[in-house]
Structure formats: C-alpha cells, structure tokens
Design a binder for this molecule. Structure first.
Ligand code: FES
Length: 141
C-alpha cells in the first residue's frame, strides 16, 4: 500500500468517525426548534405571560391551534388543549372569570380539561402534553 493510499484511508476513517457526532448535533438543534423546547416540546411563551393573560394561545404550533392554561386542580401544572371547537371548527378562547373555554360561533363551552360543558357539541377538545420548565410554558403537539 502506498503512503498516499494510507493517508486517504485515514482521512476517510476520521470523517466516518465524526459523522455520528455531526448528526447528533443536528438532531439536538431540531428538537430545540429555536424556541426553547426539548424532547419534542416547543415553547408557547413565558409563565409570566401565562399568568398575566390567563392563557397562552398560538394558532400555529407545528400546524396545530393550541391554548394553554394553568390547571385549576393543580396550579403548578398547565393544561393544553386544541383551540379548535369540535362543533364546526371555530377557535375557542379561555374565559378566566367563568373557568371555561368559550366558542364564539354557537356558544359551545368546554371545561378546563377540554371536556364539554354545554353547547351544541358532544366531542371534547383535543388535549396535548404540556409542562412548565423554568420560566417557559412548553407543549408537545
Ligand atoms: Fe363552536 Fe359551533 S363552532 S359551538
């Protein structure tokens, strides 16, 4: 084997051995999403904003319309629901005073956990995994 062939093989080996590290770095970046999430979670905002506004909502969390509130049964936790009304698809909004999600289209009302409270629909809102991590509210859709 010539010296040049040996050098080329060593270079190829070095490249191959560093490839898994480069792939792992790219994967870590994609799960972060640039939004402070981890493990597939993405940030919907800060805990301070959640507490000031009563809810955090985003109509495009990886293509999903999501609303997050504090869990009334466990204020240290959060609940995330699909903000798409199961009656005809309007966007529901959290009413802190009444403690329900209200649909503006036909008056549908949903409890904090997404179950039907009253109105024309019988299907609950979809739910998502959500958590507080430091000062961020994270959701996985
Ligand atoms: Fe929500 Fe009809 S679309 S109650």
């Amino acid at each position: 084997m010539k010296r040049r062939d040996l050098t080329n093989l060593m270079g190829l080996g070095l490249l191959a051995s560093s490839l898994p590290v480069a792939i792992a770095a790219c994967q870590a970046d994609s799960t972060q999403g640039g939004a402070g999430g981890n493990d597939g979670f993405v940030s919907l905002g800060t805990v301070a904003d959640l507490d000031a506004q009563g809810a955090l909502a985003n109509g495009d969390v990886q293509g999903k319309n999501v609303a997050v509130i504090r869990d009334p049964k466990s204020p240290g936790a959060v609940v995330a629901v699909s903000a798409v009304c199961t009656h005809a698809g309007c966007t529901v909004a959290w009413d802190s005073a009444q403690g329900v999600f209200v649909c503006p289209c036909h008056g549908g009302r949903f409890n904090a956990n997404g179950t039907v409270n009253s109105g024309p629909t019988r299907q609950p809102l979809g739910t998502f995994e959500a958590k507080i991590d430091g000062d961020r509210v994270l959701v996985k859709v």
